[in-house]
Design a protein around this ligand. Sequence first.
Ligand code: SF4
Length: 326
Amino acid sequence: MAFKVAEYKTDLHIDWCPGCGDFGITSALQQALAELEVEPHNVALFSGIGCSGKFPHYINAYGIHTLHGRPLPFAIGCKLANPYLTVIAIGGDGDGLGIGVGHFVNAGRRNVDITYIVANNGVYGLTKGQASPTLRLGMKTKSLPKPNINEGINPLLLAFASGYTFIARTYSYDVRHQVETFKKGILHRGLAYIDVLQGCPTYNDLWTKDWYMGRDHIDPETGKPQTRLYRLEDTGYDPVIPPEGLSQAEYEGRVAQFVQKALEWGDRIPIGVFWKDESVSTYEDRIRATAPTYLDWPPALRPICDAEGWPLTDIRKFLDELRVTG
Ligand code: SF4
C-alpha cells in the first residue's frame, strides 16, 4: 500500500519562526513515515517542552506533548505496552540533555526498540535563547550577554556511553539526508539516537546555514566555499557491529573510529550513521525471556471486558489483602 506524505500532515497553523530548522525535520519525518508505509494510526510520537515540543501537533499520528525532559519514559512505556507501534520520541537538546539527561542515559541501558530524535541547536529557543547543554565553551550567540562558560555535552559520545545501539547525525536543512537517516533509525531493532543539527536563526547566529555550508570558509585554492558537512556514507565508513559480534580487536577498532568521528567538529563535520550495533538484545527480548507470551498479549492489547462490557479483571482478592481488620 502506498502512502502519501499528505496523510501525515495536520491542518494546524505552524508557529515556528521563519527559517527554523524544525520545518525541515517535520517534513523529513513525514516523508520517512510515508516511505516506510507505516500507517499513521500505528505511529506514536512523544515530545517534551520547548519549540520542539510542537512536533506531534504537526504530524498526523498519535502524539503526546509531555513534560519537560520526559519524552523518553512516555515513549518507552508506550512501546512496552504495545510493541507493535512505531514509537518516536522527539525533542530538543535543552529538553533531552538538560533536565531529561537522566532519562537519556538510563534509556540506553534498556535498548527498547524506539527512535529518539533530538533537534540540537545549542540554545533554549522557547525561552529566548539561553545556552543549552550542547553549546560549546566560549560561544556567544546573539542571545547571550557573555560567552558561555560551560563546556558543551557531546550527545553522540553520551549516547554511546549510555548504550544506544544506533547513533546518527543529520542536518535540518538537508531533508533527503534526514529522510534516509530517520528511516534507518526507525528500522533499527533497538534504541536509536538521531542528533539533528538544527538551525535556530532567531537565537543562534553562530551555527547558521551559511556556517554549516561553509560560506564563510573559502578554500584558498579554489576560491569556493568549503562545506563543513560531509557524509560518512561517502567515505567507506562502516558503523555496523553484526548480530554475531566481532573479535575484540575488530570491536575496539570500530569504537576507535566512532570516537574519532564523534569528536570531529569545526572545519569538517561528519553526518550519517556513526554506530549500529546489532549484537545487543532489546528490552523486549529480555521481557520475552521471562514472559514468553509477552508479544501475544502485550498489556495494551489485552481484553479488559467481556462482550457485555463486564470487566475481566477481578481485584477483590487484592483488595482483601489490603483490608485492615481488628
Ligand atoms: Fe525555531 Fe529557534 Fe524560533 Fe524556536 S526560537 S521556533 S528553535 S527559530
